[in-house]
Ligand binder design. Structure first.
Ligand SMILES: *[C@@H]1O[C@H](CO)[C@@H](O)[C@H](O)[C@H]1NC(C)=O
Ligand SMILES: *[C@@H]1O[C@H](CO)[C@@H](O)[C@H](O)[C@H]1NC(C)=O
Ligand SMILES: *[C@@H]1O[C@H](CO)[C@@H](O)[C@H](O)[C@H]1NC(C)=O
Ligand SMILES: *[C@@H]1O[C@H](CO)[C@@H](O)[C@H](O)[C@H]1NC(C)=O
Ligand SMILES: *[C@@H]1O[C@H](CO)[C@@H](O)[C@H](O)[C@H]1NC(C)=O
Length: 398
């Protein structure tokens, strides 16, 4: 008993001195932002009375250093979370040339996230939110950066829900990550190349299943080269990339690395590791999605790519089963489905692989509610069967 008391006292002292340490480090960094701008925060605002004089001066220094407004000003606790975020992502706002209102976005996100996570802890919402390395952008900016810049043009209508392949009944749950069919998560940065990233999830599954290659595929090739139905960093459908890859081929990422911008198609044909044999596209918009079909395809063949319309809450997704009441129904983003399952409390979900880096979501992945065509996730399915460079066809269902 005594031992426990002593231990908890030691822990308490350690925590207290850790907090003092962050304050003094943060303070000294703030001193370096020796910019004095008046009227940044609204005058009427006052911070929590439980904060000490020193705490208030820290908050004031934060206010003075930024040419933005946020009302009420950050509390010490929010400032600490902001400090941790700065440390974690090594953000250097403390240079005069980079002193934008970005930090204020982080504080805003911290507020939304904290409020949401209280509900999560109470079991009232099914997923948790968190900060990412792009939390210093507003939701509007992230809309512009991380999604298709414009709706993909429909060159020839994606086939409807007829002519479905015959598939065996689906397993109850699948996670292709555990079976080695999923490559590491990447980041599209500000290029609207999600259609290539989402398509690559399907291609990589087949490349690995057919033992052709376990390398990540070249996204840049998929952005630069297709000349029909694909528009570089602006927009595209995986299907049209696959169609081009029937003759253009698939390259490993190492031979044609990602650049975050579109460029001239320029590659060495001898670097091709496989070709698309048959591209598949299914459009279930007229029936409001077909979760059964997608489940069967994923179970029998491997990862596929799907479309998702993005509500801004998705940018803050951390873990749990994502759902939203504010969803939309336009073609905004493409991701891969790498599995599915059922949460005992929050029900059926898809496991999606995104291209917003590993700091987003659960190491770059997310669970998204399945079966209700949430955010049109079940309207469009695209994938491809492959053949190797010798023409050996790879059976989708092998
Ligand atoms: C503060 O913001 C105003 C309005 O956006 C701008 O005109 C001014 O140059 C900014 N000041 C500094 C020091 O960045
Ligand atoms: C953090 O950022 C600074 C300035 O951008 C850079 O010089 C430094 O190498 C970075 N440190 C880490 C650990 O990434
Ligand atoms: C999907 O099908 C609907 C109706 O069947 C059609 O209006 C729409 O254009 C199709 N979408 C694409 C991308 O082909
Ligand atoms: C293409 O690759 C082959 C084999 O690696 C090499 O011999 C050839 O020089 C390359 N051609 C170009 C234009 O890079
Ligand atoms: C959904 O897909 C299943 C096959 O997986 C099929 O039996 C069913 O007819 C489809 N429903 C619609 C409305 O397309």
């Amino acid at each position: 008993m005594k031992m426990i008391l002593i231990l908890s006292a030691v822990v308490a002292i350690a925590i207290a001195s850790q907090q003092d340490a962050w304050k003094s480090r943060f303070n000294s960094q703030m001193v370096r932002m020796n910019d004095k701008v008046d009227g940044i925060f609204k005058k009427s605002s006052s911070s929590s009375s439980s904060e000490s004089i020193e705490d208030k001066s820290l908050i004031n220094r934060f206010k003075d250093a930024l040419n933005c407004t946020i009302d009420p000003p950050p509390t010490l606790d929010e400032l600490y979370q902001f400090y941790q975020w700065v440390q974690k992502y090594n953000k250097s706002y403390y240079t005069p040339e980079n002193r934008l209102c970005r930090t204020i976005h982080v504080i805003r996100h911290i507020r939304q996230i904290n409020a949401h996570n209280v509900l999560y802890e109470q079991g009232l919402v099914s997923y948790k939110r968190g900060l990412t390395d792009f939390s210093d952008y507003s939701s509007e900016e992230n809309y512009d950066r991380l999604l298709l810049k414009e709706a993909p043009i429909i060159e020839d209508t994606l086939q409807g829900s007829t002519d479905l392949p015959i598939l065996p009944p689906a397993r109850d749950s699948v996670d292709w990550r555990n079976e080695g069919l999923v490559s590491p998560v990447g980041s599209q940065w500000k290029c609207g190349s999600c259609y290539a990233w989402g398509g690559a999830v399907a291609l990589e599954g087949q490349l690995r299943k057919c033992k052709i290659s376990s390398e990540s595929v070249s996204i840049q090739l998929m952005v630069d080269c297709p000349n029909h139905g694909v528009w570089g960093c602006s927009s595209g459908w995986p299907y049209y990339v696959f169609k081009w890859q029937m003759s253009g081929g698939i390259l490993p990422a190492s031979k044609y690395p990602y650049k975050d911008t579109s460029g001239k198609c320029n590659y060495n044909k001898s670097d091709v590791i496989a070709y698309v044999d048959t591209p598949y596209k299914f459009n279930f918009t007229d029936v409001g999605g077909n979760a059964t079909f997608i489940k069967q395809v994923v179970s029998a063949t491997g990862p596929v790519s799907i479309i998702i319309c993005v509500d801004k809450s998705l940018f803050q997704y951390k873990s749990g089963v994502y759902t939203t009441k504010n969803c939309c129904n336009t073609v905004k983003h493409v991701v891969g489905i790498v599995g599915y399952g059922t949460d005992p409390k929050f029900g059926d979900y898809w496991i999606i692989k995104n291209s917003w880096g590993t700091n987003w979501g659960d190491k770059g992945f997310a669970k998204i509610a399945r079966g209700n065509n949430l955010c049109i996730t079940e309207n469009y399915v695209q994938y491809a069967s492959l053949k190797d460079v010798n023409g050996r066809k790879c059976d989708l269902m092998s």
